[in-house]
Design a protein around this ligand. Sequence first.
Ligand code: CP
Length: 327
Amino acid sequence: MESNKNSAAIVEPVYRFKHLLGIEGLERSDIEKLLDLSDRYVEANRLADKKHSTLRGRTLINLFFENSTSTSTSFELAGTRLGGAVINMSVGTSSIKKGETLIDTAMTLNAMHPDVLVVRHADSGSVHLLAEKVNCSVINAGDGSHEHPTQALLDALAIRRRINRELDGLKVVICGDIAHSRVARSNILLLGKMGATVRVVGPPTLLPMGLGTFGVEVFHDMESGLKDADIIMMLRLQTERMAGNFVPSIREYYQLYGLDYNKLKFAKPNALIMHPGPMNRGVEIDSELADDIDRSLIREQVEMGVAVRMACLEALVSRQMISAGDH
Ligand code: CP
């Protein structure tokens, strides 16, 4: 990884854009370059010395208006391992609680000259709006039910590494609460660009209108939906974005749509299961199956998260250096 420790020598940008706001707008080659760089960080993160200097002198601010375990922690680790100064802004104790708007918060932070802002917000489109107001690069860490691009990238990396090839021709089934899921949307976009076939399975109340425009096949029962699946991505019921009840009962939902060993038999014999977390065991997924290392990629997904976020940070900062002629 010595070359990563001297990224000032890079003159060809890995990534073309100032921000990473979504998978929409990226081409397959953009995604492949980010995954290839991420691969290098997976190996580097398994070494005892995980420190790099790619972000030396740079400042990363994490601004999370919604709760997070894996995304916020992995961005913090990613920035720290790359040698940057990382500030985790505590929204709960900030002036947002005194009525400061998102844009005013962004302008205040922008005046302190950060290099990258990582933002999660409950409103779809809010991170795009914020990105228009600041000078630094912005990474979307999840905006409402719109996009979560680094999650889709880490999911693709986890699949690619396990199957040891590109994703072309894979049948990927995304199950559960598609309507409220930014993970589903980013994954549908990315998987399609990478040559996979995508299906969604869920009750009609949890499937948004217009899914056909995304080129996905829609199913309402697990038996037909999981047929010939290579990969099954399970999603949590995102109650924080629901107004009212979308399923009659959790018990019935688990019986119909919860993934267990019996329903897994509908898929290909070696089908792999995934979950972006946080999981609700016994609601959308059987606890034993979630922990089955032969069938489950869930732990790898978390590991890939740090590598992907290191790659994204390097890509954005390298582009800044090239744009500034500082290389
Ligand atoms: N996958 C994901 O976004 O998890 P967190 O909400 O814990 O960040």
